[in-house]
Design a protein around this ligand. Sequence first.
Ligand code: GDP
Ligand code: MG
Length: 465
Amino acid sequence: AARSPDNLRCPIVVIMGHVDTGKTKLLDKIRKTNVQEGEAGGITQQIGATFFEKKTLEAQTAKLNQTEQFDIKIPGMLVIDTPGHESFSNLRSRGSSLCDVAILVVDLMHGLEQQTIESLNMLRQKKVPFVVALNKVDRCYAWKTCKDTPIRDALKEQEAGTISEFRNRALDAKVQLQEQGVNSNLYWEMGDDDWSNSDFIPLVPTSAITGEGVQDVLMLLCQMAQRKIWKHIMWCANLEATVLEVKAIDGLGMTVDVLVVNGYLREGDKAVFCTLDGPIITEIRGLLTPPPSREMRVKSDYLHHKEVKGALGVKVIGNGLEKVMAGTPVMVVGPNDEEEDIKAEVMSDLTNLQSKLSTDRVGVLVQASTLGALEALLQFLREETQPPIPVSAIGIGTIHKRDVTKISIMNEKGHPEYATILAFDVDIEREAREHAQEMGVRIMTAEIIYHLFDQFTRFMDELTT
Ligand code: GDP
Ligand code: MG
């Protein structure tokens, strides 16, 4: 089918923000409201994502839409899950680089926090349209619960004292956003000029517990998708897909969780993946999604598909997937394709990164959980650190003994300060730790980029004083 504004795919939505702002609760709230209202179906748990059908979006925005009269044309929404252990790097790679629209959650009681600001900068850098949810509005003094109500209706029910606290806190958030260079306003107080200014951010007060404002968030996301990025989400048959995670599953071996954004993946397809050792080609042996009922779920109990169509999240089975890198593209060799071209394209992001490493091969080893995280970290080291920290090698995933051996060479090269691994959100094998001790290699770990930088700078200062 030709690309057309009448044939949109589901926009991919990510929920970002500082820990404990209510990201998980917000997603749960949208799920649960649906279940409570007896809307069977309408929501499907996928791999790494939750799918909300159009009818679900319509049902959940019905009250607000009595006044908005907005015609929802997207076939649904694919919300990337935000697991409890969500870390910054995951957000970056799964989030800002693959999503079409986003919800940035701020705790109204706390204002902007460190990871909020990091998320904000990523979204702006990637030019992803987003709304800011000012969550936990129900914690304003003497808040009267108006379950699952549009936010303006809920505010009308509040006493003057509650409104005044709410206004002050919302204003604080707005000022803090302003300090980050972001213009924003409560969305119903935005003027026409503000709406047409793509840098202007709508604010939506919400409660992920009692549901006030959730309709408003969903409605704004639909409107952004259809008004701002409709060109970008016209469905197209060409495969566009990204690796979310590489996981060993009992009975299935190593599997790759893939977000299919556009096009099709089929059993039997000759798929090309990116690894640090070069591209691999493997036949897709299975395409799996979780069973419809969560209660029935057993570990290896999945639905099998002959073919899947984007946008959706799916688990791919195949041989030789152990070294596939999270955050890299997935491609398929078609009958008219040159295998070598496809391989080069799958590798291009990594090749590009490697070309930026220090040319004299002197510098630290940087190890991260995904390619996206690695990209962010390298860019930070290159542009934001003074003097820049040179990087001689990169890696993805768990740190092994061989990684330690590799970087210990800096000791022999007369640069012991670079016999250092900057590890970002990855595990370290016990053997690797022991080996590092013996070989005089430091491993610095952190889950926030700035912390890694601080550690390394402190260490360099100690060396020079
Ligand atoms: P996440 O780390 O951003 O995923 O945050 P969670 O969804 O796990 O929520 C963190 C805590 O805040 C939990 O104790 C939630 O119950 C609470 N919480 C989340 N949203 C709200 C809200 O809208 N109102 C109130 N009162 N508490 C909330
Ligand atoms: Mg969470």
